[in-house]
Design a protein around this ligand. Structure first.
Ligand code: G
Ligand code: G
Ligand code: MN
Ligand code: NA
Length: 249
C-alpha cells in the first residue's frame, strides 16, 4: 500500500502537525479549551486524514512514535496558551493498550514541567473494547498525574454503558451524529437523556458537531454548557488560534 510505504519513511517531525479546535461555553462562546487534531502532509501523498494516518502508523509499527511526536507539539501548545485553557489530546486504542507508550507519554509530560491538570486525554469507546482492564489501568496512570480523561464519540459504541461507572472518567463528548438530531423533538429527548446520564455520573459533558446557530441554541436549551463544532470554530493552525484568542471573538 502506498500509504504504508509513505508512513514507513515519513519524517514525523516535519510531516505531522496539529490543528486546534476550540471548545466553548454555550452561554457566551468563551473558549475553555482546545482539542488537538493531527494532520499529516506526506511529500508523496499530500494531505492524509488522521484516521488513515493512525491506521497506517499502527500497521507499520510507528503508532507510538506518532503519538509521542504529536504529544510534544501539544505540550508546546500547553506552554504557550493561557493557563485557563485546557488542551485535549486524542489517544488511540493502540496507544492506550501499550504500557510503554503510556510510560513514554508520562515521561514527556514530566520533562515538560507542564501542569498536567491542563491536559485532557480523549479516548473512544471502541478503544476500550479490546481489553478493558488494560485500558482502565492506563487511564488510571494518566489520571494520577492530575490530567483528565474524556470519553469521545460517546453514544456510538456499545461497550461503555456497563463500564461507564467504573472507568476513571471526567468527561463525555457526545458524538456529532447527535447534534444533527437536535432539530427534532425525539432527538432532543434522546440527547437530554444522555446528558442526564452523564450528569448523574458527575461527568462533564461536551456536545460535538454543532454546525448551525439553531443547533447551538437547542444544545443550550437541552442543558449543555460546553460545545464544539464548525459553527463555533473550525480546527485551525496555532497562529490562527492565538489570533482568535487575542481577538476575543
Ligand atoms: O480532524 P478530523 O475530524 O479529520 O479527525 C478525524 C478523526 O481522527 C477523529 O476521530 C479524531 O478523533 C481522530 N484524530 C485526530 N487527531 C488524532 C490524534 O492525534 N490521535 C488519534 N489517535 N486520533 C486522532
Ligand atoms: O472523533 P473526534 O471527536 O476526535 O473527531 C473530531 C473531528 O471532528 C475532527 O476531525 C474535526 O475536524 C471534526 N469536526 C469538528 N467539528 C465538526 C462539525 O461541526 N461537523 C463535522 N462534520 N465535523 C466536525
Ligand atoms: Mn476527539
Ligand atoms: Na468525537
Amino acid at each position: 500500500q502506498a500509504i504504508d510505504a509513505a508512513m514507513q519513511v515519513a519524517d514525523l517531525d516535519t510531516e505531522l502537525t496539529l490543528v486546534y479546535q476550540p471548545i466553548v461555553t454555550t452561554e457566551d462562546l468563551e473558549p475553555i479549551g482546545v482539542e488537538c487534531l493531527a494532520r499529516w502532509t506526506s511529500p508523496t501523498l499530500g494531505e492524509v486524514s488522521p484516521e488513515l494516518m493512525i491506521a497506517s502508523a499502527e500497521r507499520v509499527g510507528r503508532a507510538r512514535e506518532v503519538a509521542l511526536t504529536l504529544f510534544d507539539t501539544a505540550l508546546e501548545a500547553v506552554r504557550q496558551l493561557p493557563a485557563a485553557l485546557r488542551v485535549s489530546f486524542n489517544l488511540s486504542g493502540h496507544n492506550l493498550c501499550d504500557a510503554s507508550t503510556i510510560t513514554a507519554l508520562l515521561e514527556r509530560l514530566t520533562a515538560s514541567q507542564c501542569d498536567a491538570s491542563r491536559l485532557l486525554f480523549e479516548i473512544t469507546e471502541t478503544s476500550l473494547i479490546t481489553d478493558i482492564d488494560i485500558a482502565e489501568a492506563a487511564l488510571q496512570r494518566l489520571r494520577d498525574t492530575g490530567a483528565r480523561i474524556a470519553l469521545d464519540d460517546f453514544g456510538t459504541g456499545y461497550s461503555s454503558l456497563s463500564s461507564l461507572h467504573k472507568l476513571p472518567l471526567d468527561m463525555v463528548k457526545i458524538d456529532r451524529s447527535f447534534a444533527a438530531r437536535l432539530g427534532d423533538a425525539s432527538g432532543r429527548r434522546l440527547i437530554t437523556a444522555i446528558r442526564n446520564l452523564a450528569r448523574s455520573l458527575s461527568l462533564e459533558c461536551v456536545i460535538e458537531g454543532i454546525e448551525t446557530e439553531e443547533q447551538l441554541i437547542s444544545a443550550r436549551l437541552a442543558g449543555f454548557s460546553l460545545a464544539q463544532g464548525y459553527f463555533i470554530a473550525r480546527p485551525m493552525d496555532f497562529a490562527s488560534l492565538l489570533a482568535r484568542l487575542n481577538d476575543g471573538t
